[in-house]
Ligand binder design. Structure first.
Ligand code: SIN
Ligand code: FE2
Length: 198
């Protein structure tokens, strides 16, 4: 198994087909949707994001007119986010270890759902407290291109083709790298982003 995404990209690893039963993970996402429905969030500037999001775990990432932040309660339901399934936590820990990042105990899992033309523009994950902790990103369902810009949000990004069960882990010098996701090449794609946010 090659961990290296691209010899030019340091501290980012692709673990191909790391999830052995991706369909079971999709089923867990669908079950989580019953208590924390997927919804399109607004950017602080007032634009509607094209992917549908929800969260599980102690902290959930949200975006609205007031900005980006982590909250303990789902603003839609007023309840705590659903508990993170043990299988998500376990997978993230094993992926971080396999990629050489040591013990990783996520407290937040953002769940993205991309249908049709939904995509995600270039951004970096920068709302967490401790940037020594890596990001573990799990792809499920339809494949899509993941674009890696690195330190600057310009130039031509590296293009990684991600399929169901592939896991990308980045940290250290890549931790604040800019990245984006293109529309799914199929009906629906899910992504789990596991983070140590608090
Ligand atoms: C994200 O960067 O939040 C999503 C990444 C992905 O969908 O692969
Ligand atoms: Fe991201």
């Amino acid at each position: 198994m090659s961990l290296m995404a691209d010899p030019e990209i340091v501290d980012l690893y692709v673990l191909r087909r790391f999830v052995t039963a991706p369909a079971a993970f999709v089923q867990m996402v669908v079950t989580l949707y019953e208590s924390a429905p997927p919804r399109r969030m607004q950017t602080p500037g007032g634009r509607l994001m094209s992917s549908e999001m929800t969260n599980c775990g102690a902290l959930g990432w949200v975006s609205d007119h007031a900005g980006y932040r982590y909250v303990t309660q789902d603003p839609l339901t007023g309840s705590a986010w659903p508990e993170m399934p043990e299988a998500f936590r376990d997978l993230a820990g094993r992926a971080a270890l396999a990629a050489g990042f040591g013990i990783f105990e996520p407290d937040a899992c953002l769940i993205n759902c991309y249908r049709g033309p939904a995509q995600m523009g270039a951004h970096r994950d920068a709302d967490e407290r401790d940037f020594s902790q890596p990001i573990v990103s799990v792809s499920l369902g339809a494949p899509a291109y993941f674009l890696w810009y690195g330190a600057q949000r310009r130039g031509s990004p590296a293009k990684l083709w991600l399929e169901s069960g592939d896991v990308v882990v980045w940290g250290r010098s890549a931790r604040k790298g800019y990245h984006a996701v293109q529309r799914p090449q199929g009906e629906v794609r899910y992504n789990l982003t596991l983070r140590k946010a608090g």
